[in-house]
Design a protein around this ligand. Structure first.
Ligand code: BES
Ligand code: ZN
Length: 448
């Protein structure tokens, strides 16, 4: 390992040691400390750095000295991470990063600290070696992506003029397989909600009352089951109304993309069989079709042995992945109407609508898109594949709407990086490739 790579890894490891879990209020001070570390790091690179307070977690902005006549490139990333539970399933502690088998293991190693650090360190290297950057650069790093970026939208509105840019670069998405550079030109949107079903005023003896009053756990199971038909198609009235049909060029292009055949998906997920909406390949189901998912369901006794109880309440958490041109608010209304209509007799239903984000889609072959593809090709030595992403980064569409700039999605996550799960990891080869890519990218974007 070169001395330079060792130093870059040391920086990343320091960054990874902060348990910056944005959703857990007890970690608010760790999120802040992580943001402050970033300020120190960027200041040491002689960038002008600002830490902006928000109602939740700080936003960090850094820039070089901007010059007239150069392209302005905004690089976005997030320094918050997902919770670590179930922590007992980690092979090494989530916030004590370590290297095994060519990968860095730890929470945030891929999503998104490792990917965003590749850009920071790429810029650092370029500044050290060349003395300046070929573009006007803005780094925009937030600590709330994993909770839906509530502070960033008002921040964008307020600082619209300061954040004006020609193009945005983001590494917070995937690479379809090792050694296959991947550029994303779409993201699914999302709409979340939570339901509570209530029956009796307290838990009941299921022998004394079972059969005479409705069971909320049964009711929630029926609601969950009502979302799909037997084939896996979503059964909510009007759900598909605004879905843009897939075009042939995309279907043909995706048929050539490695890493997303049924066998690859079975291998990475460990599922026994492939499943999904009839008439579509796995890639099409993931990148161009909407979903209805149950993220959590709970009610009743879950301890050892049996307890004959009729639970008073049951809950479920849902998220819906959306594609162009579905509107999250419209989908939330349709979902709510569906749940109301399908609530069985004998219980009450409360629906709490959660955060959402619009789907995103751009032309991958625009002038900037071509520059992004060129950067990936130079850094990874192969022509990139072009995909849409199954995941969501709602702020990307907001930045397009508010700042008027498109985003290049230059993913460095691999299918087995286990983001959001125990044993999250990041391939060192992608960290190194990312550091190189970020430098070539600035050069390519400067030429557009
Ligand atoms: N980096 C992910 C999104 C992602 C991962 C997109 C891989 C494409 C490929 C991001 O941090 C994330 O997890 N987003 C959430 C958004 C939600 C909390 C609003 C998601 O997709 O669930
Ligand atoms: Zn994430």
């Amino acid at each position: 390992m070169t001395e330079q790579l060792q130093e870059q890894l040391d920086d990343l490891f320091e960054f990874l040691r902060f348990p910056s879990i944005s959703t857990a209020s007890e970690h608010a001070k760790d999120v802040r400390a992580c943001g402050e570390w970033l300020v120190k790091k960027l200041t040491s690179m002689e960038l002008a750095v600002e830490l902006h307070e928000t109602p939740k977690h700080p936003i960090v902005v850094a820039r070089n000295v901007h010059q007239e006549g150069r392209k302005t490139v905004l690089i976005y990333g997030h320094y918050d991470v997902q919770p670590v539970d179930p922590v007992e399933l980690w092979d090494s502690p989530p916030f004590e990063p370590e290297i095994r088998d060519g990968r860095i293991w730890g929470r945030g190693s891929t999503d998104n600290k490792g990917q965003m650090m590749a850009h920071v360190l790429g810029v650092q290297q370029m500044l050290e070696e060349k003395g300046e950057l070929p573009v006007n650069l803005i780094f925009l790093f937030e600590g709330e992506e994993e909770v839906g970026s509530p502070s960033l939208v008002p921040f964008l509105e307020k600082h619209k003029a300061d954040l004006a840019c020609d193009i945005i670069a983001v590494s917070d998405t995937g690479m379809v397989a090792r050694g296959v550079p991947t550029m994303g030109y779409g993201l699914r949107g999302i709409a979340c909600c939570e339901v509570t079903v209530r029956g009796p005023s307290g838990d009941l003896h299921s022998g004394l009352y079972g059969g005479a009053v409705a069971n909320p756990a049964t009711a929630v199971a029926r609601l969950v089951a009502s979302l799909h038909d037997g084939d896996g198609k979503i059964a909510i009235d009007g759900f598909y109304d605004d879905v843009k049909p897939l075009e042939n060029w995309e279907r043909e292009m995706w048929a050539q993309v490695p890493g997303v055949a049924a066998k690859d998906i079975l291998e990475t997920t460990g599922s026994p069989e492939i499943f999904g909406e009839p008439g579509y390949t796995s890639a099409e189901r993931l990148w161009a079709r909407p979903t209805a998912e149950v993220n959590g369901i709970g009610s009743g006794y879950q301890g050892e042995g049996s307890k004959t109880v009729l639970p008073a309440e049951a809950m479920a958490k849902f998220s819906f992945r959306l594609v162009p041109d579905q509107e999250p608010k419209d989908i939330a209304k349709k979902v709510e109407a569906h749940l109301m209509k399908h609530t069985p007799a004998g219980v009450t239903l409360e629906v709490e609508v959660g955060h959402d984000g619009k789907p995103y889609y751009v032309d991958p072959n625009s002038a900037f898109g071509k520059a992004g593809q060129a950067a990936l090709e130079i850094a990874f030595g192969k022509k990139p594949v072009l995909i849409r992403e199954g995941g969501s980064i709602p702020i990307i569409k907001d930045m397009q709407d508010i700042l008027g700039a498109d985003s290049l999605l230059l993913g460095l996550a691999l299918p087995d990086c286990q983001i959001h799960a125990p044993n999250e990891n990041y391939y060192i080869e992608n960290f190194e490739g990312g550091i190189k890519m970020s430098q070539v990218l600035l050069e390519e974007l400067a030429k557009v």
